[in-house]
Design a protein. Structure first.
Length: 145
């Protein structure tokens, strides 16, 4: 549980990307763009673009999938959080897996030898063992990566 609390303070949730030019958090989505070569190198398949309401500059928000890059950027939504948190769990010696459901939510599961089962660990919500906030799904609707 303390790993999750630490991670929640380490990683930042992003709704709209803050302006990389003036630092304003008042930005508006301008849609998406193709990832550049340096963004693709870290698994970005999608790049969101935001316009700053203060300085009118554009900011790119690549949706990285490379855990190492995510530990550098330290920001994202549930997919980035789960990807980076799973890396942390594995680095600490836990057997962990990245899990996704078809409601577009992603989380980490950690195997408990003591309980002989996988434990739901949602770093975004700092929830452990409790059901995730999305509606329960039949097993065929989940995929483990």
């Amino acid at each position: 549980m303390c790993v999750g609390s630490w991670f929640k303070g380490y990683f930042s949730w992003v709704n709209n990307a803050p302006c990389e030019h003036c630092g304003s958090t008042s930005t508006v989505s301008q849609g998406g763009d193709r990832p550049r070569a340096n963004e693709k190198a870290y698994g970005a398949g999608v790049v969101e673009v935001y316009k700053c309401n203060e300085c009118s500059q554009l900011t790119r928000f690549p949706r990285y999938n490379h855990p190492g890059k995510l530990m550098e950027t330290r920001r994202g939504r549930c997919g980035e959080w789960a990807n980076a948190f799973t890396l942390c769990c594995i680095a600490l010696g836990f057997e962990a897996r990245h899990t996704v459901d078809w409601t577009d939510h992603v989380w980490t599961e950690v195997y408990s030898e003591e309980q002989q089962r996988w434990i739901h660990c949602d770093a975004c919500e700092n929830r452990w063992v409790l059901p995730c906030s999305v509606a329960p799904l039949p097993p065929r609707a989940r995929a483990v990566l």
